[in-house]
Ligand binder design. Structure first.
Ligand SMILES: [Zn+2]
Length: 403
């Protein structure tokens, strides 16, 4: 069976000769051994070697027809006359300690572009772990360390993954959309390994929320970068205050009718007015609630007005708008609004930095949604490293996101 060249392209075993082909059940088994001229010292490449026993390795190979195929490789151990050391010949067609050939791994990676890990495993009749292992090794080779060299604008935010409260802190490249870093937990501490990777990076702007911990960490490690407070987090904070106010008012109101009107208005207050549904009578209900509660109406209109800060022609009018908003809120006499107004003023530089770098943590939302799709396919979370690698590769979406 030594001269059957057509076997090699089919079975991807160039450099070997096939000594036996046989079938057992659904498997096609090819016994192979290195061609004699390939037997040399793995250390120096010398041909003058003496055989000192052998090992046999079973390697899963590409399917042929409906059969899965295995290569049963007999690999000699040789003693080199020059090196005087006995060594095991490496198979070449498979990596160390793997039970599949390189061509099998390539085929699996190709299938993973269109199929989930589970699908590929079932299709090829191998375990989920083998398919995952192939993908993980591939990811580790190409994505283990996202480069920061060309990164200029980043967003930092925490996301909630999985059931319960498991948090990850992500750093996102706002230009490419690539995840640059995945930290465990949501404290500024979880960013520590990221700062260590910054050497030589030229990051110009960072979008974060207004939490003091992030501010402090970014100022310390990226002193030259412009801090931009994410506009969506600012709006969210005010929404939170509005909800708080509504709850307070609801408790204070003694009139049953007024109570009835306030009930269930929480979401109406937070909705953008253009999204209110007239069919459900939402604009009418909101209007009624606002008519009966002056403080609520004030807060509501200030909430709507806040957006104007980001809709000015430039930084100067935006600063005027912010100050105007601040004074209105302070004059309202409503405590939660006054608290918020102070926060706004203290953070005004970072808020208005949006006019220098119109960036936000918004793109994090898209990443978060992709991660949720991954979670639904319930994989990866158990293997944190694999999960991180998947996130580093996420923006390329070259392979199926599910798994
Ligand atoms: Zn040698």
């Amino acid at each position: 069976m030594s001269s059957q060249p057509w076997l090699y392209p089919i079975f991807h075993c160039r450099g070997y000769r096939v000594t036996k082909v046989h079938r057992d059940e659904q498997r096609l088994l090819l016994s192979i051994e290195p061609q004699p001229h390939k037997v040399c010292c793995p250390q120096c490449g010398g041909r003058e070697v003496i055989r000192r026993g052998q090992t046999v390795r079973w390697l899963r190979n590409l399917p042929v027809g409906g059969d899965c195929t295995w290569l049963i490789a007999t690999l000699p151990r040789v003693e080199c006359r020059r090196c005087r050391i006995v060594r095991q010949i490496r198979p070449g067609l498979a990596e160390e300690r793997r039970t599949y050939t390189r061509s099998f791994a390539r085929y699996v990676l190709e299938l993973l572009r269109y199929m989930t890990i589970k699908d590929v495993a079932v299709h090829l009749g191998v375990s989920w772990d083998i398919v995952k292992d192939i993908q993980k090794r591939h990811l580790a080779r190409h994505y283990a360390r996202p480069s920061l060299k060309n990164v200029r604008q980043i967003a930092i935010d925490e996301i909630n993954v999985g059931r319960g409260y498991r948090f990850l802190t992500l750093v996102l490249d706002l230009q490419s959309g690539a995840v640059l870093f995945v930290g465990q937990g949501k404290k500024a501490d979880s960013l520590r390994p990221f700062w260590r990777r910054l050497r030589g990076a030229k990051i110009e702007a960072v979008a974060i929320d207004m939490s003091p911990a992030y501010q402090k960490a970014v100022r310390k490690h990226l002193p030259k970068a412009t801090l931009v407070f994410d506009r969506f987090h600012v709006v969210k904070l005010l929404n939170h205050k509005l909800t708080q106010l509504r709850r307070q008012l609801y408790r204070q109101v003694t009139d049953d009718l007024k109570k009835q009107v306030l009930k269930g208005t929480r979401w109406l207050l937070l909705k953008n007015p253009e999204n209110l549904d007239p069919v459900k009578g939402e604009p009418r209900r909101l209007h009624e609630a606002l008519r009966l509660n002056e403080p609520l109406a004030t807060a509501y209109y200030l909430k709507e007005d806040l957006r104007q800060i980001w809709e000015q022609l430039g930084k100067f009018p935006a600063r005027m708008k912010l100050l105007d908003w601040y004074h209105q809120a302070m004059a309202s006499g409503i405590r939660v609004l006054q608290e918020f107004a102070k926060t706004l003023l203290i953070h005004s530089d970072g808020i208005l930095a949006w006019y220098d770098y119109p960036i936000s943590t918004g793109p994090m939302e898209g990443t978060n949604n992709k991660i949720k799709t991954m979670n639904r396919q319930h994989y990866g979370l158990r293997d944190g490293d694999f999960f991180t690698l998947k996130l580093y590769q996420l923006h390329e979406a070259k392979y199926a996101l599910v798994g």
